[in-house]
Design a protein around this ligand. Structure first.
Ligand SMILES: N[C@@H](CCC(=O)N[C@@H](CS)C(=O)NCC(=O)O)C(=O)O
Length: 219
């Protein structure tokens, strides 16, 4: 039986897991989370009442959190692209950078978007300002880190790059990456040219009109 991914093509965390699946050509069943499919939504919510996606179902086992989905795939469905290095020390670097993108790029990016879609009276300008300041600090750190590098952790494409793709993609739409951060911008372009992530981006294209801040006419 193949693993089942419950996901939506326009979601950044789903694109992170999809990039890993596409990198390795892993055979899986894609159950798209769509309100016109209440049966799929109900299955998903029964499996993970926290209701954050993606999740992976393998037999009776439910795996949650995009990073852990990728860890699980590397262990149980390994392919030619080693997204987590065998060397434990190199793997620490990969996992550390993976945390960087979740915590300091994606989290503030989502905070800005969630704030923007609230009713006017419920918005939190202070939270928005803090999230933007975090993104600026994260871009600055990443720009120095990416000097002379192709991928973010080690010589090869890894788990950390799987998250970097979608998170930098949406972060730039949300709070533009200043042109002065040329290493970050070049890295974002490199990620967009990576076939596995490019495929995930293409699958999300039809949903761009739903981006709450308005999707730019590029990428
Ligand atoms: N920590 C989770 C975060 C997943 C997440 O935030 N997914 C978003 C889609 S990109 C979601 O479920 N949004 C639904 C909601 O906020 O109600 C992970 O790493 O997988």
């Amino acid at each position: 039986m193949k693993p089942v991914l419950y996901a939506h093509p326009f979601s950044s965390y789903c694109q992170k897991a999809l990039t890993a699946l596409y990198e390795n050509g892993t055979d899986f069943e894609y159950r798209v989370l769509d309100h016109t499919r209440p049966d799929v939504m109900a299955e998903f919510e029964a499996r993970w009442p926290i209701k954050r996606f993606p999740i992976l179902l393998d037999g009776e086992r439910t795996i949650v959190e995009a990073t852990i989905v990728i860890e699980y795939l590397a262990l149980h469905y390994p392919g030619p692209v080693k997204l987590i290095p065998d060397d434990p020390d190199a793997a620490i670097e990969v996992r550390m950078l993976d945390r960087f993108f979740d915590n300091y790029i994606s989290t503030p990016q989502q905070r800005i978007v969630f704030n923007a879609i609230r009713k006017e009276e419920d918005r939190d300008p202070h939270g928005d300002k803090e999230a933007r300041a975090m993104l600026e600090r994260a871009y600055a750190w990443l720009d120095r880190h990416m000097e002379g590098r192709q991928w973010v952790a080690g010589e090869t494409f890894s788990l950390a790059d799987c998250g970097a793709g979608p998170f930098l993609f949406y972060a730039d739409w949300t709070h533009a990456i200043d042109p002065a951060f040329r290493n970050v911008r070049a890295y974002r372009e490199r990620l967009l040219a990576r076939p596995a992530f490019a495929r995930a981006v293409d699958e999300g294209r039809p949903f761009r009109k739903f981006f709450p801040l308005g999707a730019p006419d590029r990428d």
